[in-house]
Design a protein around this ligand. Sequence first.
Ligand code: 6GU
Length: 225
Amino acid sequence: MRIDIITCVPNLLDSFFAHSILKRAQQGGFVEVMVHDIRDYSVNKHRTIDDYAFGGGAGMVLQIEPIAKCIRSLQQERDYDEIIYLTPDGELMQQHMVNQLSLKGNIIMLCGHYKGVDQRVRDMFVTKEVSIGDYVLSGGELAAAVLSDAIIRLLPGVLNDETSALTDSFQDNLLAPPVYTRPAEFEGHKVPDILMSGHEAKIEEWRYEQSIQRTRERRPDLLKP
Ligand code: 6GU
């Protein structure tokens, strides 16, 4: 998979992708992530990329020309399955959306800033609009990082047995059960006996029941059909 992220603050994302599982995923050749600075595609000598909104109102709007130039130069190299615009008025990101996107080959993620991008960018280029939740961030970069992380960890080979995505909260619409490690007792607080019993089938059953109980208590909405 290849992910190209278009942003006016590339530094914000560079360090994120240089660490942990995301670094290993790139080193292992499972994904290639490239971050592109919109300013490099500015069409004037002052390298400007935004301007005042037609019709007035506060806030600057990202212009179409640099973004169009950037997207088209990427499209010269390869076909893209999806051009995603990260925006608070997009479709709410959920695990099923992430699962679908993890099956794609090449994806562009466009990060908005200020008052957003010129509507014509959305009309002419964008194929999918995604929000990561009902709150407003100052830009789409953190949302692109969140979405990329969620996608990349699902790519075959990125996670090993120990970090397997199959037992995640949400992967089966249930929250994950509680987990414990050594010591078996800390200041009088003991690990549940069942986990020390070595009885695999009973442990699985216990975990499943804990998942149901936790979901019922914390996220009853997930249990509705
Ligand atoms: Cl994708 N962008 C911004 N700016 N704010 C958000 C968001 C995206 N999703 C939730 N809040």
